[in-house]
Design a protein around this ligand. Structure first.
Ligand code: BF8
Length: 676
């Protein structure tokens, strides 16, 4: 560790209690280490900075220079008319709805701009302008082509023959990129949704026209003096969220699969213990796989290994943080060294020779922490730079992708020799099986001959599987790291609910061993355990990064198509959850889950509680419009039980509630089952 610089150690500041801050031992160990070294982390900062009480209620308006106008809910609640208003007269409902849909705009923009970046690289590859990438999954290209009205066959001499794949790729790339800004029509992927859901969107007037327009319109409508009706504001919020889930995110997922390969299950590991003291540790962090795919390829080159050996290392250990980690995990098995809240800790090991970041969820403080060690912190994206002087910027360009990746990997190797003696890598890591895309689930839980989710549906109908939960999202320093994630997921699988996971929930589950097949026999109710053990899958299926929540939408659509469980996603015994959410992206995801018919529960808190009428609209009235609705539950066990209650309500409506005993399995009951 360098002694001349510190990461702003505020001697009189409070420090976090490691055990109260995280359930994870590796995190606790590294937090103690940081405190010994006088380096502050997000956990300590959360002790020293209180949240704004009015902001957390969603009722602070700073959309014009007369504000901020602050409308806290009176302690005694509202009796009679709610007379609170801002200087312009904006009601609490208007302010909370404006803030809420601005969060949707932020989240949808982040996912969709990522998608646009992928579409641009895809098109450049299709035009043979980026030689370092090759299309890896032509079968998926041919599968998605019809959604773009791109022909996959042509007539030649009276016969129908397959069309040239390069031509298909070019046309798909052009039409995909047009989805962001076309002047007419609606998003092409909307028709992938169940017909009933599409009709609901149409009836409610929320079919997105193009991706960018829906985001821009939110910014316009929430400007002072424009839309002042919370229901009308939410209509636009819904349209933008659908444009994210069934547009920008889904396009990102599909084009990444075509370009880099569709994920299939593979084994890997997760937590800080994946870093190796005798290897060059290169940590990749952020969200886009465009650069990280290239880094994975370069790090595997024999000449790079030889170069690393020539510098005294035994090899190169790549590992990931956040959704870049999920991307390279699901396609290459690259281990994850942590979730969102562990990014500073990876550097505090003293063994991180370089951290390469692209976009989203990157703390600016990683630069301050890196400054305390030998770690090279490299930003790579033109829209995501840092002001600190120790940060190196290597702007990544797909036209010379390999060259950029080689420069970065070499920089990490060259830095190995500069490591100090104060290396401390915690030993904890979990084994995981990841990479369950829609196609892989069909293979493992589908009908061999029918090519559908028939077998999964059959097991839901007979009650072995009680229902499906999508548990996703971030960590949040305002709540104990990973506790919500793990308790919610354990409660669900204990009660035979199969879990689909993405984002930091996926990493948290991997760290706890819940993505290992063996976990089925330990943590699941008898029905789910039987299925998982028979098929050889974990009870928690890792479906990828946060843009890959679109895979959850498509998996749910496949379940509807396979039959026997209703005609719409809202008919399914299914629920969504983000126990430790923190980002605007999570709000956009939550809202497109809701608008797709999914009952969705968030933990931590939601910035709607200061406007009870607006909150009721989201939590109750939305069900009548779309079949899904929001809910908030901070207690993880109650959170899971609310989801299970909703699943049981749907089972009853489908008439399949008699197929299983409708009791929650507690630990005593599990012990009885185990000893029987
Ligand atoms: O996009 S889950 S903390 S890493 S925002 Fe960020 Fe949240 Fe993690 Fe991935 Ni998603």
């Amino acid at each position: 560790m360098k002694t001349e610089t510190t990461a702003s150690p505020a001697k009189k500041s409070k420090v976090a209690d490691p055990v109260r801050a995280s359930i994870d031992e590796a995190t606790q160990t590294m937090l103690r280490r940081a405190q010994e070294l006088g380096i502050d982390t997000v956990f300590d900062r959360a002790e020293n900075m209180k949240q704004c009480n009015i902001g957390t209620q969603g009722t602070c308006c700073k959309n014009c220079g007369m504000g901020p106008c602050r409308l806290p809910l009176p302690k005694s609640g509202i009796e009679g008319e709610d007379e609170r208003k801002g200087l312009c007269g904006a009601s609490a409902n208007t302010i909370a709805a404006r803030n809420f849909i601005r969060m949707i705009a932020g989240g949808a923009a982040a996912h969709s701009d990522h998608g646009r970046g992928v579409a641009e690289v895809f098109l450049s590859v299709a035009r043979n302008q980026s030689q370092d990438y090759k299309i890896k999954d032509y079968a998926k290209l041919v599968a998605i082509a019809p959604y773009f009205d791109v022909a996959t066959t042509v007539s030649a001499d009276g016969e129908t023959v397959d069309r040239d794949l390069g031509e298909i790729a070019l046309e798909v790339g052009e039409k995909a990129l047009a989805e962001w800004g076309k002047s007419e029509g609606e998003l092409r992927y909307l028709k992938r949704a169940p017909a009933m859901l599409y009709e609901k969107w149409k009836k409610n007037g929320v079919l997105p026209r193009n991706i960018d327009r829906e985001i821009v319109e939110i910014m316009h409508r929430t400007h002072i003096g424009v839309d002042q009706d919370y229901k009308n504001l939410m209509k636009q919020g819904t349209r933008a969220a659908i444009a994210d889930g069934w547009g920008g995110s889904m396009l990102a997922t599909d084009l990444q699969d075509v370009l880099f390969g569709t994920p299939y299950p593979l084994q890997s590991e997760a937590n800080l213990g994946v870093m190796k003291a005798d290897h060059v540790n290169l940590v990749i962090h952020g969200h886009e796989p465009i650069l990280s795919e290239m880094i994975v390829a370069v790090a595997q080159k024999p000449e790079m290994h030889d170069y690393a050996k020539s510098k005294g290392a035994k090899g190169i250990q790549l590992s990931g943080i956040c959704c870049t980690a999920n991307e390279v995990l699901q396609r290459h098995g690259v281990p994850q060294c942590g979730t969102f809240l562990q990014q500073e800790l990876a550097i505090i090991t003293g063994a991180c020779d370089a951290m390469v970041v692209d976009i989203q969820c990157i703390f600016q403080n990683v630069a301050n922490v890196a400054n305390c060690f030998h770690t090279k912190l490299i930003t790579t994206h033109p829209i995501a730079r840092m002001e600190q002087e120790n940060v190196i910027h290597i702007e990544f360009d797909e036209h010379h992708a390999m060259e950029d990746a080689e420069r970065i990997v070499k920089m990490a190797i060259d830095n190995f020799a500069n490591r100090g003696s104060d290396v401390m890598i915690p030993k904890q890591k979990g084994i995981q099986i990841a990479g369950f895309g829609v196609e892989a689930i069909q293979y493992h839980l589908g009908g061999t001959f029918r090519g559908s989710y028939y077998t999964l549906n059959d097991n839901i109908i007979n009650g072995r599987i009680r229902g499906i939960a999508g548990v996703v999202g971030c960590n949040n320093a305002r709540t104990r790291h990973n506790e919500g994630h793990i308790q919610v997921v354990k409660e669900l699988i204990k009660n035979d609910v199969i879990v689909l996971t993405t984002g930091c929930n996926g990493i948290a589950c991997a760290m706890e061993g819940l993505l290992a097949s063996e976990s089925a026999g330990v943590f699941c109710g008898p029905g789910l355990a039987e299925i998982c053990e028979t098929v050889g899958i974990p009870p928690v299926l890792h479906m990828g990064s946060c843009v890959d929540n679109s895979r959850i939408l498509l998996a749910a659509t496949e379940v509807v198509k396979a039959g026997g469980l209703g005609n719409d996603i809202s008919d399914l015994p299914a629920a969504g959850s983000a126990p430790e959410w923190m980002s605007e992206k999570a709000i956009s995801i939550g809202h497109y889950f809701v608008a797709s018919g999914v009952y969705t529960v968030f933990g931590v808190g939601l910035p709607v509680t200061g406007a009870p009428v607006f909150q009721k609209y989201l939590f109750e009235a939305f069900e009548k419009l779309y079949g899904g609705m929001w809910d908030l539950e901070v207690d993880p066990v109650k959170h899971a039980r609310k989801m299970i209650a909703h699943i049981d309500k749907k089972r009853k409506a489908l008439g399949i509630d008699k197929a299983r005993e409708r009791t929650l399995v507690d630990m005593a009951a599990r012990r009885d089952i185990a000893s029987a």
